[in-house]
Design a protein around this ligand. Structure first.
Ligand code: CUA
Length: 328
């Protein structure tokens, strides 16, 4: 039985790898939380060993005649007092450690990069408000951050409660309608880290993921400048036809493509959608094929989401996906 439990535990732990693990900490907040997890686990394990060891020792002892002498009574009193004191000490110690770790989470520098995060069913809107940027711009489901710099996220929700969690970079914090929460994170090294909504928020809660891409400062500045720029013009006739389709169909009523007449705001900003690694909040890798599949039948790919099915001919679908893919 014990061997089976050990095997199950090892198999479960093996699933904790990859780029979405609180045990692979790559930022100060995540390191503080990981230390706390390790402290709690080791301490609780030590206490479990002690209690189990004591229990086994008691069971193994030969049962003697119960004695009610004064010495035995005194020993019992001392044992009870000692265990109460030890419990109070351990609980108080863990409380202080938790308090200390929690306080260290919200210590953003004044020159932090500022990003407003709006959670909604079921995607993430990121608005870069960094004062050093020429202009504010919006992106969706992909958060780029400079390595080694504090990034302050202002978390809001426009519908139900969501929760932003990037296990490798920072602990999770709720996005609550009508309230603004602040979360500061920092990545210590370049990399791609997966984030996930961590509060059940409806049918597609599981498909409310995003990527955090930590880049060297120069690369980040370059990326931000490119994102702030309006959309590139279609490079061929097919994509140009796709642009016409986009503007003439309901697409433009819900989505913005900066530099075009499309200024809808209920769906993700598509100005640079082709440059993002995934579409549908981490649902599919961005390719021309996945873009076409998504436009053709969003309700089969992600049932319940707000993207309606827009009737298109197969030619219009080809043109539209060519246009989307070219928006880098
Ligand atoms: Cu948003 Cu779960």
């Amino acid at each position: 039985m014990k061997a089976a439990l050990v095997i199950i535990f090892i198999v479960l732990l093996a699933g904790c790898g990859g780029n979405q693990s609180a045990l692979e900490a790559h930022g100060p907040s995540a390191v503080a939380l990981k230390d706390l997890i390790v402290l709690f686990t080791l301490l609780c394990f030590a206490i479990w060993l002690l209690v189990t060891g004591f229990l086994l020792w008691v069971l193994a002892r030969r049962r003697a005649e119960p004695r009610q002498d004064q010495a035995a009574e005194q020993r019992m009193t001392v044992a009870v007092r000692a265990s109460v004191a030890a419990t109070v000490l351990v609980v108080a110690g863990l409380t202080v450690a938790s308090f200390h770790a929690t306080r260290s989470l919200n210590s953003g520098a004044d020159d932090a990069v500022l990003v407003s995060v709006k959670g909604q069913q079921w995607w993430w809107q990121f608005t870069y408000k960094d004062a050093t940027q020429a202009s504010i711009f919006q992106a969706a489901n992909e958060l780029h951050i400079p390595v080694g710099k504090d990034v302050r996220l202002e978390l809001e929700s426009i519908d139900v409660i969501h929760s932003l969690w990037i296990p490798s970079l920072a602990g999770k914090l709720d996005l609550i309608p009508g309230r603004k929460n602040d979360l500061t994170l920092r990545a210590d090294r370049p990399g791609t880290y997966r984030g996930q909504c961590a509060e059940f928020c409806g049918l597609q809660h599981g498909h409310m993921a995003f990527l955090v891409i930590a880049q060297d400062e120069g690369d980040y500045r370059q990326w931000a400048a490119a994102q702030a720029a309006p959309a590139t013009e279609p490079s061929d006739a097919e994509a140009a036809a796709g642009k016409v389709v986009f503007m003439s169909k309901p697409c433009a009523a819900c989505h913005t493509i900066r530099g075009t007449p499309a200024i809808g705001s209920s769906g993700p900003d598509l100005t640079h959608v082709g440059g993002r690694q995934t579409i549908g909040a981490g649902l599919l890798e961005t390719t021309r094929g996945s873009l076409a599949a998504w436009i053709a039948d969003p309700q089969t790919l992600k049932p319940g989401n707000n993207m309606p099915l827009v009737p298109l001919t197969s030619e219009e679908l080809r043109q539209l996906s060519a246009y989307m893919e070219g928006l880098r």
